[in-house]
Design a protein around this ligand. Structure first.
Ligand code: 2HG
Ligand code: ZN
Length: 454
């Protein structure tokens, strides 16, 4: 059976695009954190939507489950096999087409990386509303499938807000196309929005039509030191209230800055650490540094500040935030808990979570950072065995107690399966299961993600 399926996949995608060799499979079988890995039956790399459809049909006929994969930058184990599935890589669907410079819309194949989309639309004077540190590898299809957020959500929303049209392959191989999509279209259910955040469990996104945003060249970044997160939130609220050009509002702490400085070989931003760092970026058609400086001048919480409007200076300040993930990974294999809280409870969460982790596992090393404007913190924990979930459990329970969600922008994957019931009711889960059953009755698409294996 396996040999017959492999031959069929070769006939569809070509010999060179069915990888069975262990070394060739390896990078598709381990996720970015290295915490999640599994063996694939093979990796297949179809070159068109029709080929994706034929691959899915062939797998369905052979009873082989499919794990769709984009840039494999996911952090919750949702893009790698659990054992014996066919990994369907969408990276070859990398065509960018039909760029409408009047309406500000473009069509991207699922395998287009974020950075290549950004470069492509730049010349037409447009930008993309979602940006994130893994831009060189993360793909548009994967970003829709996970409803990725990133650093500009405060202004433009997460991935689902960018989607106007989509094309996807269903579990039986059928193709649904709503292309190019319309800004207004209330003809029944919005399947594109349903697929955003479905993590490859309902259908395989093969292309999307996305809305673009104006390219705003005049940018100012301010890195500030405040005593504690509550002060950072005051600063963000003040800037948000005064300057609609606010595009990013990030928070991080000395523990992470220490790691970044060591890893990147750079000095501390200020002579001594403040209790909490906050980075804000404003972007517009004209320079707004004076306005930003005035708002910040009125914020009593600000103890240190550095501002930059030139590209090199802005990049230097962003380094302290953007290099957290890689600096942490260089230290060991972290547990990554991407959580979100009501803004009003975020400071309380931050004040309690380190103690919660220490009480759960002595010696665990938490590093917190995230998108302060969205109530989203990335609680990274080093010093834990991959399978030791005592700290994860304690953190998720605290999140639930404070009215938050166990996944903000990274998804459920397999990492958060045991805790989904903490922040979703039984009725809610039953409705989600009914949708899964309706679209993928045999459970062939990314089994074990969001819902446990049956
Ligand atoms: C970020 O905000 C990403 O940089 C990754 O969401 C977060 O590494 C993480 O935990
Ligand atoms: Zn993030």
């Amino acid at each position: 059976m396996t040999a017959a399926l492999l031959n069929e996949l070769r006939a569809i995608a070509g010999d060179a695009h069915v990888l069975t060799d262990r070394d060739l499979r390896a990078s598709y079988e381990t996720d970015w954190t290295r915490r999640y890995q599994g063996r694939a039956l093979c990796v297949v790399r179809p070159g068109s939507t029709e080929e994706v459809s034929r691959v899915v049909r062939a797998c369905a006929a052979a009873g082989a489950a499919v794990v769709p994969q984009g840039g494999n930058t996911g952090l919750v184990g949702g893009s790698v096999p659990r054992g014996g599935e066919v990994v369907l890589s969408l990276r070859r669907l990398a065509t960018i087409g039909d760029f409408d410079t009047v309406s500000g819309e473009v069509t991207a194949g699922a395998g287009v990386t974020l950075s290549s989309l950004q470069q492509h639309i730049r010349e037409g004077g447009w930008a993309f509303g979602v940006d994130l540190a893994s831009r060189d590898s993360a793909t548009i299809g994967g970003m829709v499938a996970t409803n990725a957020g990133g650093i500009r959500v405060i202004r433009y929303g997460a991935m689902r807000r960018q989607v106007l049209g989509f094309e996807a392959v269903l579990a039986d191989g059928g193709i649904v196309r709503r292309m190019p999509g319309l800004v207004k279209d209330n003809t029944g259910y919005d399947l594109g929005q349903l697929l955003a955040g479905s993590e490859g469990t309902l259908a395989i996104v093969t292309a999307v039509r996305v809305r673009l945003v104006p390219q705003l060249e005049r940018r100012t970044v301010a890195l500030l030191g405040v005593r504690e997160l509550a002060g950072a939130l005051e600063v963000v609220a003040a800037v948000r209230g005064e300057l609609p050009s606010l595009e990013a509002a990030e928070a991080f702490f000395p523990e992470g800055v220490e790691l970044v400085c060591r890893h990147a070989g750079i000095g501390l931003p200020f002579a001594t650490h403040p209790g909490c760092y906050v980075l804000v970026e404003c972007a517009g058609r004209r320079d707004e540094s004076a306005e930003l400086a005035e708002v910040l001048g009125g914020c009593a919480a600000v103890e240190n500040s550095a501002m930059a409007s030139d590209a090199a200076g802005r990049a230097r300040l962003w380094t302290y935030r953007e290099r957290h993930t890689e600096a942490i990974n260089a230290e060991g294999i972290p547990h990554k808990l991407d959580v979100t809280l009501p803004l009003a409870r975020l400071a309380e969460f931050e004040a309690r979570v380190r103690g919660t982790i220490a009480a759960a596992v002595a010696g665990a090393r938490p590093i917190l950072f995230g998108h302060a404007g969205d109530g989203n913190l990335h609680v990274n924990i080093l010093g834990l065995d991959p399978d030791d979930d005592r700290a994860d459990d304690a953190v998720f329970r605290l999140v639930a107690e404070l009215g938050g969600s166990i996944s903000a922008e990274h998804g459920v994957g397999i990492a958060k399966l045991p805790w989904i019931g903490l922040t979703r009711s039984a009725e809610d889960l039953a409705a989600m299961r009914a949708i899964k059953k309706a679209l993928d009755p045999r459970g062939m698409l990314n089994p074990g993600v969001i819902f446990p294996l049956e």
